[in-house]
Every structure is written in C-alpha cells, then in structure tokens.
Design a binder for this molecule. Structure first.
Ligand SMILES: Cc1ncc(COP(=O)(O)O)c(C=O)c1O
Length: 323
C-alpha cells in the first residue's frame, strides 16, 4: 500500500465515509492510492503485459502462500469463479453456513453457474460451523442416486465473527481425506488476521481457493457500546457490532433517524467500523453515545445504575491488516 506523502501514512486520510457506519465498503481511496492509479501501466491484462496487475497478483499470492492470484472486479466474482473452477461435473454439492454471502447475496449464482446443489447449515454455536456439523450433512458417496459434496465453502469472518484456525484445520483435514475441495470467502479474512487469530498464509493453507476483498477495510470496534444497556446479538470479534435492538426496545428505523440527527449514517442493527470511521473515533463515539442514550430513554429502557459511567467505552482504533 503506497504511503500518503501529505499525511505520512495512508491511514491519515479522512474520507467521506468517516461518519458512515453502514458498512466498511464505503471507504474511499486516499490521495496516494489515486496517484498510484494514475501511474499504473494501462497495458493489456489479457496478454499479461501489465506489470501493475501482474505485481499485484503475485504480491497477494505470496501473502496468501498460494501459487497464483487473479485480480477480479468484485468479491462476488471472486467467489463464483473460484467455486466454478472447483466444481467441474455434476452431480455435485456445496456445503456452507446458512448465513454466508454465497447463499444470500450472490443471486443464486452457485446453483446457476455450476449446477451444484447447495446445502446450508446454521451453526449450533451461533458463530461458526464445526467438523461434526459438516460430517452430518456432507454426502460422501459414489452411489448414482446421490449428489456428492465436492466443496466446503467457509466464510471468514462471517458477520464479523472469526472462525478459528483450529476448527478450519480439522474440517480441511477431513475434507482432504474425502477428496472434498475447500473454498474460503475471505472478503474480511484480513480482520481475523488483524485480530491475531492466525496469519493470512496459515488460514489460506487450508483452502484450495480463497477470495479476498480490497474494498473492505475495517478497524476493531468491539465494546463500542459497552456501558449502556442493550448488548449484541453476536459476539463482537472484529469490526462489526450487531446491536440487540429488540432488547433495547428500539426499531431499526428509529435508530437510523436518531443517527441521522447526529450526522451518522446507520443501517439496521449493524455498526461497521472502517478505518475512516476510526480516524474520527472520539467524535463518532460521542455521537453514538447520544444516539444510544436517546434510543434507550425513548424506550424507557435505561434504568438507574445501568448506564455505567456514562461513557461509550472501547477503542475503535487498532492497526488493520492492510496498514
Ligand atoms: C463476506 C462477503 N463476501 C463477498 C462479498 C462480495 O463482494 P462484492 O460486493 O465486491 O461483490 C461481500 C460484500 O460485501 C461480503 O461481505
């Protein structure tokens, strides 16, 4: 990542996404990134004559410990190309988490582009799939009536939650034993690495294919609403907080309106901390605190003694994987 010479660091760039907590994809390129775009080769990628593209692909492949990388224009494209490359001949099936992007937000592409039957599982622990759950659902058979599982697709992080390397290793070892391929939707794998869950190469070693996104750039956000009543619907491992609005007695629409009044863009019950939000840490936390207090007061839910010391605690700022 090029340095932002004006600020000494690319992280010094405050972009328009600084008060937008809807998603981490609203970050905008820094001046140094735009300068890098202007100085790229503009040569042909099909003939592999663009050293800019070639260097990027080999750099990311080296980071991931893979023999090759392919730059594509979206995470969806990366997932679909990887799965299509692994799935060659029906009948074949894909196993994945029920909440995963490939099932919910890729227009049914896995089925239409590969002909695979997708079996999705809701993890009992609420966080990540386990080997035992996968073994229960996988079809390991060459009976002509069956649709054998050919790929296990794991998303990490999923809803901001980390799937531990130890569980991935168990699943991958079992998959290899049974000739099943492994794909990782690692759009936010950087976040697991930044949180210290393992290195990028360690995670990627367990998969045949991995897709990684440059557009998602989070910062640690855990504990951002600590001290106020309410809580989360998922544990906060990385840069996403899922507010329990039901427990707080506040609708998503009302929270969004309260956020808007404070100049914060919110969406539903999810708060996502991008690096540009983290650059405004103190101001964002102060505004969030006012939003939460207003929401809780309106709902009559803020009770004496439960408001803590009045601070919306927690630091948003941790070094990102891409720093
Ligand atoms: C986990 C995950 N995978 C894949 C994607 C797809 O990325 P894109 O929007 O670039 O297609 C996203 C997008 O938000 C995502 O969150």
């Amino acid at each position: 990542m090029p340095q932002d010479t004006a600020n000494g660091s690319w992280l010094g760039h405050k972009g328009p996404g600084g008060f937008d907590l809807r998603t981490d994809v609203v970050t905008t390129p820094t001046p140094s990134m735009l300068a890098a775009v202007q100085s790229c080769t503009l040569l042909d990628d099909v003939f592999q004559e663009s050293s800019t593209t070639n260097d990027l692909e080999s750099h990311v492949a080296a980071l991931a410990g893979k023999e090759a990388g392919l730059f594509v224009l979206s995470g969806t494209m990366g997932n679909q190309l990887a799965l299509r490359a692994l799935l060659t001949q029906p009948p074949h099936g894909v196993l994945c988490d029920k909440r995963s992007h490939i099932v919910n937000y890729e227009a049914g592409g896995v089925s239409s582009l590969t002909g695979a039957m997708v079996t999705s599982i809701l993890p009992e622990n609420g966080i990540h799939l386990t080997l035992e759950e996968i073994q229960r659902e996988a079809v390991v058979s060459d009976d002509l009536h069956d649709c054998p599982t050919r790929v296990i697709s794991l998303e990490n992080t999923l809803n901001g939650m980390i799937m531990p390397l130890s569980e991935i290793k168990r699943i991958a070892a079992w998959a290899r034993e049974h000739g099943i391929h492994m794909h990782c939707d690692g759009a936010r794998l950087w976040e697991a690495v930044a949180a210290g869950a393992g290195s990028l190469a360690e995670f990627c070693a367990e998969f045949d294919t991995v897709s990684l996104c440059f557009s998602k750039d989070g910062q640690e956000g855990g504990g951002a609403v600590g001290g106020l009543r309410g809580g989360f619907v998922h544990p906060v491992h990385t840069n996403m907080c899922w507010l329990d609005l039901g427990a707080a007695g506040c609708s998503a629409e009302r929270l969004e309106a309260l956020g808007k009044a404070e100049g914060l863009r919110l969406m539903g019950n999810r708060l996502v901390i991008s690096y540009q939000v983290a650059l405004n840490e103190d101001e964002v936390l102060a505004r969030l605190e006012r939003v939460f207090r207003a929401a809780l007061t309106e709902a009559g839910a803020e009770e004496a003694g439960e408001a803590g010391d009045g601070a919306v605690r927690g630091s948003m700022y941790r070094r990102s994987a891409k720093e």
